[in-house]
Design a protein around this ligand. Structure first.
Ligand SMILES: Cc1ncc(COP(=O)(O)O)c(C=O)c1O
Length: 456
């Protein structure tokens, strides 16, 4: 194969390298081509036209090299283009690219499902359905719940993000722009407030609130709005992702699990963004000792290849043949890549690195907030850190334009950041990030923040 634009090693880099202010001329030309044919529904945070990647670095078409604090939304947990993943893909591609997994069997598929059963919380017997994305995993969970209970009401959370197909979209409430005009989405979803303590919908403070948001579900929703026996499932993110990296108090998820148990409601935990060591443990659920009835995962599972899975208590996935299947789920190349990811996470102890370096970063950002009024809140777990910007700390008015300007400035200086919620940034670097690299990212962030504050 001939050399492509951007080929060359990035391994030994210490800092980002900006050779032409992004977007450079090649990126501009490419983006023009893209805009002519792409669905404009894609948000496109920054004019990054990636051509090469390695570890924590991404190189663009003009030769700029960026430090990635996004991991493509918590996907490249093991680092970009990990050699073991590349090797696994190549090895499998030379043996067998595809036989469909609904009619036939492949070796990597069963091995991956066994590993997922073993690694996810709960020692009970489980079954797995493999799909192609997070949203498909959520659809599977919804179908399991309907099949099992013959009910279809669902409890979901305001600010939650679960995908964009008509079932998962019905749960998603990060913003009305994702929902506008889609009147055919799944019916029967009741949205309740999440434990977003920085902006408590009940205007209370934790812990004196006594988890008023949980009480609201049991005392109001299940007593006045929908009878518990009509509810099929509750679907919750253990940390809200697109909603703003919102970490609930430790007793919140166990309290939700208890409501579900008491009322025979299937407890579905969406670990699409939090899973695979992102939070400093294998699952965000592990921090608070919950064992979901169904867990949905995707994103980091196969280092960027399309894959999603619903892992359920075996007795919940006892549906009939043909009740649910797909064509491309369980693709052997993707399963091999996923098996490599699981092996790397374990071997390189990336849960521990996420906890250590993520904890270090969180501390630095909390210290930074002390001297920057524009930062309203800093929160996080492991390498999942949210920073929320406000116009005024007292009124907490969201500073969305400021957040966007900071993202743009940081990008110009070689740091990739992503937004979340109304005015937050989400930091989700690859979990291989070292303390030195964390410092480099932090310094670019601080410099960019100072510049944007000056222009305010
Ligand atoms: C928590 C969560 N669930 C589900 C999804 C949907 O995943 P996908 O974009 O792969 O459909 C996302 C995507 O961001 C997510 O963050």
């Amino acid at each position: 194969m001939g050399k492509r634009e951007g080929d060359g090693g990035l391994k030994n880099l210490k800092r980002p390298k900006i050779v032409v202010s992004p977007p450079g001329p090649k990126a501009k030309a490419f983006i023009e081509r893209d805009q002519a044919v792409t669905s404009p529904s894609l948000t496109r945070t920054a004019p990054l036209v990636g051509v090469e990647e390695e570890g924590v670095w991404v190189k663009d078409i003009d030769g700029n090299i960026f430090l990635d604090f996004s991991s493509g939304i918590a996907v490249t947990n093991v680092g970009h283009k990990h050699p073991q993943v590349v090797e696994a893909i190549k090895r499998q591609a030379e043996k067998l690219i595809f036989v469909n997994s609904c009619d036939f069997y492949t070796l990597p598929q069963v091995e991956l499902m066994e590993k997922l059963c073993e690694l996810t919380p709960g020692k009970f017997k489980k079954r797995v359905f493999l799909g192609n994305s997070g949203t498909e995993a959520v659809e599977c969970a919804l179908k399991i719940a309907q099949w099992q209970t013959r009910n279809y009401y669902v409890i979901a959370f305001i600010g939650g993000f679960h995908g964009r197909t008509m079932g998962s979209l019905a749960l998603t409430t990060t913003s009305v722009s994702a929902r506008r005009h889609f009147k055919g989405m799944m019916q029967g979803v009741y949205h309740v407030p999440y434990a977003y303590c920085y902006r408590c919908p009940f205007k209370q403070e934790y812990p004196s609130c006594g988890l008023a948001c949980v009480e609201f579900i049991e005392e109001i929703i299940l007593k006045k709005v929908v009878p518990p026996d009509d509810v099929a499932c509750m679907v919750v993110e253990p940390i809200q992702g697109a909603g703003g990296y919102i970490v609930p108090p430790d007793d919140y998820l166990p309290a939700l699990a208890k409501i579900c148990k008491r009322n025979n409601i299937i407890f579905v935990v969406d670990e699409v963004q939090t899973g695979f060591c992102r939070t400093g443990k294998w699952w965000a659920s592990d921090h608070v000792g919950i064992e979901p009835d169904v867990m949905v995962v995707s994103k980091a599972i196969a280092a960027g290849l399309p894959c999603g899975a619903a892992i359920a208590r075996a007795e919940l996935m006892d549906w009939d043949p043909n009740a649910h299947e797909n064509t491309l789920g369980g693709n052997p190349i993707i399963c091999e890549a996923a098996l490599a990811v699981l092996d790397i996470l374990k071997k390189e102890k990336l849960d521990q690195n996420a906890a250590k370096v993520g904890g270090y970063l969180l501390k630095r950002f909390k210290e930074l907030a002390e001297s920057h009024e524009s930062i309203g809140d800093v929160r996080g777990r492991g390498m999942m850190i949210g920073i929320e910007f406000v116009e005024d700390r007292r009124t907490k008015k969201p500073a969305k334009d400021f957040r966007n300007a900071l993202m743009e400035e940081a990008f110009k200086n070689g740091l990739i950041l992503l937004g979340a919620g109304v005015s937050s940034l989400r930091l989700a670097p690859p979990l291989i990030l070292t303390e030195e690299q964390a410092d480099v990212g932090f310094e670019i962030f601080e410099e960019s923040l100072k510049r944007v504050e000056k222009d305010r």
